[in-house]
Design a protein. Structure first.
Length: 254
């Protein structure tokens, strides 16, 4: 199945690299489109219309505000559409492309580039009439495909798509705190990354929940328990909840 990517930004690049197919690409930034095409052995197209005419499925990776413009260029020339546009429901896509075009909403995160991503997936009413089986198989190369109700996709975005930035911020702060304790900053950063990677590997290997790992590490009266108590007193859990609520476009209530 030939995929055509409208847009060649960070998410488009990550998803195309994770899928690992020679895709078609069009982006107003020709250098960026060429860079993505070369990375996956694909081709650039001179226009979105050319891309739509040649692709079996068009993947919309443009900005949400560009939907009407892009749709106007490819409407009537597109066989199926998968959209990674945030906060853009299937109804909005159907209004642009028609009810007879198979539609799919995707919400991937950047780790798809290394095959460790999460892809929130919402099929449209006509999904089975299009290349749904092939699409899900390709997405599976990039990570775990999680089918959810459309009403839950924004929450998936907040947790999984925005989550890597939140995790990265925590690691940066963990490293900075280690440096303030006297560690060489480069060493502190390396220790933070190794600790995060090892923690995830341990959770997977032991098949336990984070709360159980916390219990195993935080012996009563020990250093870990003191640190966790400080996080609780500073409202760490509330801060995380507010971050996700803000990312979803809502106001946290607790």
């Amino acid at each position: 199945m030939k995929l055509g990517f409208v847009g060649a930004g960070n998410m488009a690049t990550a998803l195309a690299v994770g899928i690992g197919e020679p895709v078609l690409v069009h982006d107003p930034d020709r250098a960026r489109a060429q860079a993505l095409a070369e990375r996956v052995g694909g081709e650039t197209c001179s226009s979105n219309r050319e891309l739509a005419e040649r692709a079996d499925l068009v993947v919309l990776c443009c900005k949400p505000a560009q939907l009407q413009t892009v749709a106007g260029e490819i409407r009537g020339h597109v066989a199926a559409v998968a959209s990674v546009l945030a906060l853009t429901p299937l109804a909005a896509l159907a209004a642009e492309f028609g009810d007879d075009v198979p539609l799919y909403r995707l919400m991937p995160n950047l780790p798809v580039a290394v095959g460790r991503g999460v892809i929130g997936y919402v099929p449209g009413p006509r999904a089975a009439d299009g290349p749904e089986h092939e699409l899900r198989a390709l997405l599976g190369r990039a990570g775990e495909v999680v089918e959810v109700a459309e009403r839950d996709l924004d929450a998936v975005m907040a947790l999984a798509s925005c989550g890597p930035a939140f995790v990265a911020r925590f690691l940066a702060e963990l490293a900075a705190a280690g440096a303030r304790l006297g560690l060489d900053p480069e060493l502190a950063g390396r220790l933070a990354r190794l600790t995060a990677g090892g923690t995830l590997a341990y959770l997977d290997a032991e098949r336990i929940e984070p709360a159980e790992l916390e219990r195993r590490v935080a012996t009563p009266g020990g250093a870990t328990e003191r640190g966790l108590r400080e996080l609780d007193e500073l409202g760490f859990g509330r801060a995380v909840a507010r971050a996700l609520a803000a990312a979803e476009g809502k106001v946290a209530t607790s």
